[in-house]
Design a protein around this ligand. Sequence first.
Ligand SMILES: [Zn+2]
Length: 215
Amino acid sequence: MKKKIEELWGARQKERIGSTETGGFAFECPESPGIYHIQEGFLIAELVNPANDQRVEPGEEGELVLTPLYRNGMPLLRFKTGNLVKSAKEARCRCGRNYLSLEETDHGIVIRRLDKLLKIRGVLIDPIAIENIVRQFEWFGEEYRILFEKKGEMDEIRVQIELKDQKELKEFEKARLNLMEELKRKLMVRIDVEFIPFGKLARFEEKAKRIIDLR
Ligand SMILES: [Zn+2]
C-alpha cells in the first residue's frame, strides 16, 4: 500500500502517530528512518519511569505522558498514555530538529502496553517475566497461576505451578526453594511458589484466568 501511494504520487510517504485522546503528536523524520519527532509546539511530552514517575534519560524506555496545548473540550494534563516507548539518544537529529524524539524498536514505536503490569510493594511486576522464568523450570507441567493476595497489610504474590511429574510434592522442596530464589533475584521481589500435582489446574483453553488479583 505504502509503495503504491508513493508511486502514484511520486512522493515519499512518512508515518504520523497519534492517539484518540490527544490527536496526532509525532511524525517520522524525513532524514532519519525510524525516528519520530514529537511536535513539541503543540504539546508537552514527557517520558517517565512507570514505577516512580521520574523522567528517564535520553535513549531510555519510559511511559509516554502528554499534555496537549490546543485541545478543545477535553483538556488533558500529563495524560499517561499507558504506552512504553523508547526515546532517541541524540539530542539533535541530523535533520536539525531538537524535539523530544521516539525511536522505533523491534516491537514498533510502542514497545508494549503498561496496563498489564501489577504493582506489588512498590515494585512493578510484569506477569510475562514470571511466566518466562516458570516455563523454563525443569519440572514445569502445562499450567500455572499467578495470585496476588493480601496478607495482613502486605501484598503477596504466589505462583502455583503444575508439575509434570507425579512424585510426592515433598520431594520437590529443594527445587521449590531454588525457584523462589531465582524469581527473587530476577524480579527483585519475594514470590512464593506452590507446586500443584499434574492435572489439578484448569487448562487455559477453558477460559481459566492465569493472573488472579485477590487484593
Ligand atoms: Zn529528524
